[in-house]
Design a protein around this ligand. Structure first.
Ligand SMILES: NC(=O)C1=CN([C@@H]2O[C@H](COP(=O)(O)OP(=O)(O)OC[C@H]3O[C@@H](n4cnc5c(N)ncnc54)[C@H](O)[C@@H]3O)[C@@H](O)[C@H]2O)C=CC1
Ligand SMILES: O=C(O)CCC(=O)C(=O)O
Length: 411
């Protein structure tokens, strides 16, 4: 059983923001009365994080921090995680749920930034610019039209036709490119884009292949030596999705053998924790490979919008209990609770929970102004607006109901 806790005043709610989360998030927290903020520019190691999270109520991360079961087990006070990015693969979402921790992200705010970077990379790679640039830095002068091509008329193969892939599709057609895409779901083609039946078909038809899939069990190492050998000789490859989607040694071999004419890679199986750590990769030193430090979504516009979006979701959950657009939790969209006291109860989804909760309420003969319940296969989340002065006592009793994961009250 977790120790009994009371709802805290906002200046006691500790917010830890890692990996240089944008100032817009900090300002939003402060405007909403959250002044107990710790802000760090990079991620922390496992051991550092275990120590740090012990007194933290809300944590904000980007793609680098790994939030494992071990971290959640150590984070006794943690109520919510904000991923200030799209990907949530760095968080063990099931473990978070098991510990009653709600996880939010920003599903759209940096998608345009990624699509624009990839479009620029398409043009740079078609012109052989990465190798020409590297040579010029060493005093070389590779002035030649050999193996330089226009984008117009070339086939761009997009793997994963979601928010980023479909925006890229529109931008690429504006350049006169022909777009093919492959997705595991049926997707509405944008403009004249055409779906490929299989990944192999797409690889064989495309002049440039670009990946825009999430990290999942199915996408892990989806591009290996067999897939690279299916690509056209002298074709180009881009990955700005997740590092674990590509077998990086197989990619290095395909580039060194000349089978691939070039690549642009933004994400890596192993990435430095912060800007002071050395970047190690078998792709280093391959001139026709454009390497960027996971900056696909790193524009001022995207980061500012993400800051506001995710901090807003965290504050709403902390102030109000609203889990709307949470990625691992039943979604409850709640009205404000200006007059009533609000109790939040997170429990294992097992028979009899609501009965047990309501029988406590009926013992106190309380007027329940509102009750909201959402469940999924693992957890149930009940929110109750009640008129009573016995809130703390009731909360303590509800915490003792077997199957309770976490409960708190909002005044
Ligand atoms: N480099 C960077 O800075 C950034 C990287 N990303 C990465 O890009 C990924 C994609 O972002 P969005 O387009 O916003 O996601 P999204 O969820 O809108 O689209 C992903 C698409 O991939 C498809 N998909 C899933 N598994 C697949 C498979 N095995 N084969 C083919 N298609 C598959 C899905 O059906 C979906 O249509 C994110 O999950 C994130 O990992 C996102 C933002 C910035
Ligand atoms: O900007 C970041 O830290 C990560 C961006 C990213 O990969 C994402 O949004 O999934």
């Amino acid at each position: 059983m977790r120790p009994v806790k009371r709802s805290l005043s906002k200046d006691k709610i500790k917010v830890l923001l890692l990996e240089g989360v944008h100032q817009s998030a900090i300002k939003l927290f402060e405007r909403q009365g959250y002044t107990n903020l710790e802000i760090l520019p990079s991620s922390l190691s496992d051991d550092e994080l275990v120590e740090k999270v012990k007194d933290v109520h809300i944590i904000g991360i980007r793609s680098r921090s790994q939030l494992t079961d071990k971290i959640f087990a150590a984070a006794d006070k943690l109520i919510a995680v904000g991923c200030f990015c799209i990907g949530t693969n760095q968080v063990d979402l099931a473990a978070a749920k098991k510990h009653g921790v709600v996880v939010f992200n920003a599903p759209f705010s940096n998608t345009r930034s990624v699509a624009e970077l990839v479009l620029a990379e398409v043009i740079m790679l078609l012109r052989g610019i990465p190798a020409k640039n590297a040579s010029a830095h060493r005093g070389g002068w590779l002035k030649s039209a050999k193996n330089s091509f226009e984008a117009r008329g070339k086939v761009l193969g997009i793997v994963g036709y979601g928010h980023i892939g479909s925006q890229l599709s529109v931008l690429a057609e504006q350049l006169g490119m022909q777009v093919r895409y492959y997705d595991v779901e049926d997707k509405l083609p944008m403009g004249n884009a055409q779906p490929a039946h299989t990944l192999d078909d797409l690889l064989a038809e495309s002049d440039i292949v670009t990946l825009h899939v999430p990290e999942t069990e199915q996408t892990r190492w989806m591009m290996g030596s067999r897939q690279f050998s299916r690509m056209k000789p002298h074709s180009l490859f881009i990955n700005a999705s997740r590092g674990t989607v590509v077998d990086i040694d197989a990619l290095a071999s395909a580039l060194k053998s000349g089978h691939l004419a070039g690549a642009a890679i933004d994400v890596f199986p192993e990435e430095p924790k912060g800007n002071n750590e050395e970047f190690i990769s078998p792709l280093r030193g391959i001139d026709n490979c454009l390497l960027t430090p996971h900056v696909g979504g790193s524009t001022m516009e995207a980061q500012e919008n993400i800051g506001v979006e995710v901090a807003g979701k965290l504050v709403r959950y902390s102030d109000n209990g609203s889990t709307l657009s949470a990625v691992n939790f039943p979604e409850v969209s709640l009205p404000a609770h200006d007059t009533a006291r609000r109790l939040l109860h997170i429990h294992k989804n097992q028979p009899g929970m609501l009965n047990a909760i309501n029988s406590i309420l009926s013992e106190y003969q309380i007027n329940v102004a509102g009750q909201y319940l959402q469940t999924d296969s693992a957890v149930g989340y009940v929110v109750m607006d009640i008129d009573t002065d016995n809130g703390t006592e009731i909360l303590q009793r509800m915490r003792k109901i077997p199957g309770t994961i976490r409960a708190r009250q909002l005044f």
